[in-house]
Write a protein that binds this ligand. Structure first.
Ligand code: AMP
Length: 396
């Protein structure tokens, strides 16, 4: 059974076609610059040369049409007809309190997704465009929405409520939702397997450290706290996002003459490691500048490591202990130095890294010493596979 996974952004679209009899990736690709000049589709299938197609793609539907054509192309395609695509799984960013799990898409789900758009104005409308275009192009394939927020719907009130007047929650649903849920769920299940334990018996902290970064406390397989909030701006320092700051900074800057939109733009796009280092939002650039002695680059990294470390400490308190810590996503999977810097301040919890194992990259592995009280792991995330698994489970 082949499942197509679609992840639609505002001007981009990622896809993967998986054969779910063995979870093999048949093809994957990326369309960028949809609706703007220079649209490009890059399509890859194992054992074949990459195919690049540069032609105008004004809408997501046009882009999806070309994706479908690439999948059935006689030369570089991987299926004979679109009928061989049995189901489609869509990444959906915000499911608010409406969706606590993945769901088969019907008209009612689309209406609810539209209602959630207010909480994720950059993401949900793009997801909806992708869903609607796929419904037209593959009318017989069942579709499933898999939400970034769903995994965190198990957060207890004390973790998800902000201490604001209660009516703001009632009126506007202002609360912590959390994101990266598909990734946190995937790596926590994989970590339990790697540890040879049942997820129901474990207290885990998942560190998804990429351009966007969040931590998640997972007790007995359920998310009990996470660092992002109402939006993905909250929590850790990120590539360009500031994470948690004193909220009074916002009116302070507005009183200094900045508009609310300018402050919003600063916090989302000009802060984080980019804002502090003044060099780049890419951790590789910042790490190499710090290696050459750049003080601001080093400070940007120190802030990042400090916040991850102190949030780990908070989640040990949230769960009254921790059995395993997982590093995942671009930086978490690859940066030996960041993992070492974060764990260097966690000796009190009995965490001891094995430097040889910690030097490995991009593979599921235990990087702590045998005598370490807490198992520290690197687990490459695979949100597409998680979406395909959920899709399969729901349409079977
Ligand atoms: P993601 O959002 O998961 O794709 O992660 C992207 C981030 O991971 C970027 O800031 C990259 O600089 C960072 N990253 C990827 N590979 C490495 C590496 N080898 N060392 C340090 N950072 C890395």
């Amino acid at each position: 059974m082949n499942v197509l996974v679609i992840n639609c952004g505002s001007s981009s679209l990622k896809y993967q076609l998986l054969d779910m009899t063995n979870e093999e990736v048949l093809a994957k690709g990326l369309v960028e610059r949809i609706g703007i000049e220079g649209s490009i589709l890059v399509h890859e299938a194992p054992g074949q040369e990459k195919v690049k197609l540069e032609q105008p793609m004004k809408t997501h539907k046009e882009a999806l049409n070309l994706v479908m054509a690439a999948l059935v192309d006689p030369n570089h395609g991987v299926v004979k007809t679109l009928g061989e695509i049995s189901a489609v799984g869509h990444r959906a960013v915000h499911g608010a309190e409406t969706f606590s799990d993945s769901v088969v898409i019907d008209d009612a789900v689309i209406k609810s997704l539209e209602e959630c758009s207010e909480l994720a104005p950059l993401h949900n409308p793009a997801n909806l465009i992708g869903i609607n275009a796929c419904r037209e192009l593959l009318p017989n394939a069942p579709m499933v929405a898999v939400f970034d927020t769903a995994f965190h719907q198990t957060l207890p009130g004390e973790a998800f409520m902000y201490p604001l007047p209660y009516e703001l929650y009632e009126k506007f649903k202002i609360r912590k939702y959390g994101f990266h849920g598909t990734s946190h769920k995937f790596v926590s299940l994989a970590a339990a397997k790697l540890m040879g334990k049942k997820i129901e018996d474990l207290k885990l902290i998942s560190c998804h450290l990429g351009n966007g970064a969040s931590l998640c406390a997972i007790k007995n397989g359920k998310s009990v706290d996470t660092s992002m909030g109402l939006t993905p701006l909250a929590g850790l320092e990120m590539g360009t996002r500031c994470g948690d700051i004193d909220p009074a900074i916002i009116p302070f800057l507005v009183n200094k003459g900045y508009s609310v939109e300018e402050v919003d733009n600063i916090m989302n796009k000009k802060s984080g490691v980019l804002g502090v280092s003044g060099i780049s939002s890419d951790f590789r650039d910042v790490e190499s500048a710090a290696d050459k002695g750049d003080k601001r680059a080093q400070l940007a990294l120190d802030i990042f490591h400090y916040r991850v470390r102190t949030t780990i400490g908070a989640y040990v308190a949230a769960m009254d202990g921790v059995d395993g810590i997982i590093f995942t996503a671009g930086l978490g999977e690859n940066s030996t130095t960041s993992r070492a810097a974060i764990c260097s301040g966690l000796k009190y919890f009995g965490i001891v890294l094995n430097p040889v194992e910690n030097s490995k990259r991009g593979q599921a592995t235990i990087i702590s010493e045998k005598e370490s009280k807490v198992t520290v792991m690197v687990i490459p995330t695979n949100e597409e596979l998680m979406i395909a698994r959920d899709t399969l489970a729901l349409v079977k």
